[in-house]
Design a protein around this ligand. Structure first.
Ligand code: FDA
Length: 497
């Protein structure tokens, strides 16, 4: 409530925020979390909390009147449709050169993501986070993160035989025939539950195409892991549909935080001002960067340094589909949880996730989300005349990602005698180069912050989310975001409280 004094305020309830809240609470600190999205804890009129990927409705998109599906077309038909404007779960946030997809709600990106829980190869961490001890990360913090997230591995013999991963086995066969290393990757979806789905003994989720707009069963989102443990301490409270708009030094010490309460139409219904001893920016790479860039430019936080808003990257995301031969079907039943990837990072700068196309019909398509070694880094800037934060990313900067992905798929197409699909992203377009699922950077560790996420110039302010990571993780990012948050909060609790 307005006027409250809060020892620790956490902005956002994604991976970084959830780790911070749990560990602070366990150390005896009262924590309040502020989340702009909804709670996602109550069923809608259809009896379900979350909408199905194949039937988007008002729950699906953050304040849009039309869906903006990552795969916009299929066999020549546009897929997007009108939906009522609502504080839905997936934000397709448009900047001039890129659309950044993000989860909105208690649990952040864990609500909408594919659950792929990938620890990067140890020898690659130095290029990502050069000032962080790999020994500590791989000895302590990655294991802690994997345990806290409930990461589990698929039984390879079941993977080898179940109908719902035929598409992934086709991906393996094609990768291996072209000589590429193929890896099974862990996930936070409960594979024991998935096997019961297959057996027909429980309500279906992964086998009913639930992914982009939430999973009603089976996936261990942060609501079921870190946030459940945080709440169980009795020291953590959460305000959903509340958005932080300002943080500035308070006269008597600490920080004045301005928070807007929203209704489900996105309209502000109240403005609240509280005082916080410590503030953790965990609004995600884009959310944290936008706040810090604005607060620095408008003089609210003048001590932030010139690295604020810099070092942003898209994790090299690029999508593509391949058209398979009619004798090589990928299956009409596809688990929506990806489990595998083609690792051509060292030779070609690409790690390609074999992604599902859970349409319920045979598509004869293989679909991939590649993570590539794209060197471009963008910057957030404040536009005083529009009152908005802009991002300098340009569409043409995806070209190195396309080249890297081609090191895999040109070779596979040649070997298999197949071609790229041109119907998934609009007319005759091969590459999904307009988007990212993996925004990273903007408050880079050791640049905008010290080596543990303390923001420069303002003691008691921290960045503790994907904004710390300089634009790329070589694999899907949330395990690294979680492990880095575990590392940083341990140090902050030991020295700053
Ligand atoms: P995260 O984005 O999770 O949380 C930030 C929270 O802050 C959000 O809930 C947001 O609403 C809130 N917020 C923002 N601004 C605010 C403000 N001003 N006030 C209050 N609250 C505010 N990764 C992976 O490793 N494996 C995978 O399989 C996938 N798959 C995938 C699919 C899709 C469709 C998406 C969109 C993303 C993925 N990801 C993924 C990426 C992964 O989800 C992402 O990297 C993490 O969620 C980022 O974690 P953070 O803690 O940085 O922020």
């Amino acid at each position: 409530e307005s006027g409250a004094q809060i020892p620790a305020l956490v902005i956002g309830t994604g991976y970084g925020g959830s780790v911070a809240a749990l560990r602070l609470a366990q150390a005896g600190v009262e924590v309040h979390m502020v989340e702009m999205g909804m709670a996602w804890d109550a069923a809608d009129s259809d009896g379900k909390i979350f909408a199905n990927t194949t039937r988007p409705d008002r729950r699906s998109y953050w304040l849009r009147t039309r869906t903006k599906q990552p795969l916009s077309n299929f066999l020549g038909f546009p897929l997007d449709k009108a939906v009522p404007r609502y504080t839905g779960i997936l934000d397709a946030e448009d900047f001039s050169g890129i659309t950044v997809y993000q989860g909105r709600g208690v649990g952040g990106g864990s609500l909408v993501n594919g659950g792929m829980a990938v620890t990067p190869r140890r020898e690659r961490l130095g290029a990502v986070l050069p000032t962080v001890s790999a020994e500590e990360m791989y000895g302590v913090y990655y294991p802690r993160a994997n345990a806290g997230l409930g990461v589990n591995e698929i039984d390879p013999s079941w993977w080898d035989s179940t109908d719902c991963y035929q598409y992934a086995r086709v991906g393996r066969r094609h990768a291996e025939r072209s000589g590429f290393p193929f890896v099974l990757v862990p996930n936070v979806y409960d594979f024991a539950y998935m096997r019961q789905e297959e057996a027909g003994t429980v309500p279906k989720s992964a086998l009913a195409a639930e992914i982009l707009y939430g999973n009603n069963h089976g996936k261990k989102s942060l609501q079921k892991t870190y946030l459940a443990r945080a709440r169980a301490t009795g020291k953590v409270s959460i305000s959903p549909l509340h958005k932080v708009t300002s943080v500035a030094p308070a006269a008597g010490g600490g920080y004045t935080v301005v928070i807007e309460q929203l209704d489900t139409g996105g309209v502000r219904t109240a403005t609240k001002t509280v005082t916080a001893g410590k503030v953790f920016f965990a609004a995600g790479s884009v959310g944290t960067s936008k706040l810090l860039t604005k607060l620095r430019a408008t003089g609210a936080l003048p001590g932030l340094n010139a690295e604020t808003g810099k070092g942003w990257g898209d994790n090299g995301n690029v999508m593509c589909g391949r058209a398979n031969h009619l004798w090589d079907p990928t299956g009409s039943l596809q688990s929506s949880m990806p489990t595998a990837g083609i690792d051509n990072w060292d030779a070609g700068g690409a790690f390609a996730e074999v992604a599902p196309l859970p349409t319920g019909i045979e598509t004869f398509a293989s679909f991939y989300l590649s993570i590539t070694n794209n060197p471009h880094r963008a910057e957030f800037t404040w536009n005083a005349s529009t009152g908005a934060v802009e991002l300098s990313w340009q569409r043409s900067w995806k070209q190195p990602s396309i080249e890297a992905a081609k090191t895999i798929f040109d070779k596979i197409n040649k070997k298999e005698g197949t071609i790229y699909r041109t119907d998934l992203f609009g007319l005759s377009k091969i590459w999904g180069d307009h988007l990212t699922y993996h925004p990273l950077g903007g408050a880079v560790l050791g640049k905008a912050t010290d080596n543990y996420g303390r923001l420069h110039g303002h003691p008691g302010l921290y960045a503790i989310d994907g904004s710390l990571i300089p634009g790329n993780t070589t694999v899907n990012p949330f395990v690294t975001i979680t492990a880095l948050a575990e590392r940083n909060i341990e140090q902050i609790i030991a020295t700053d409280l």
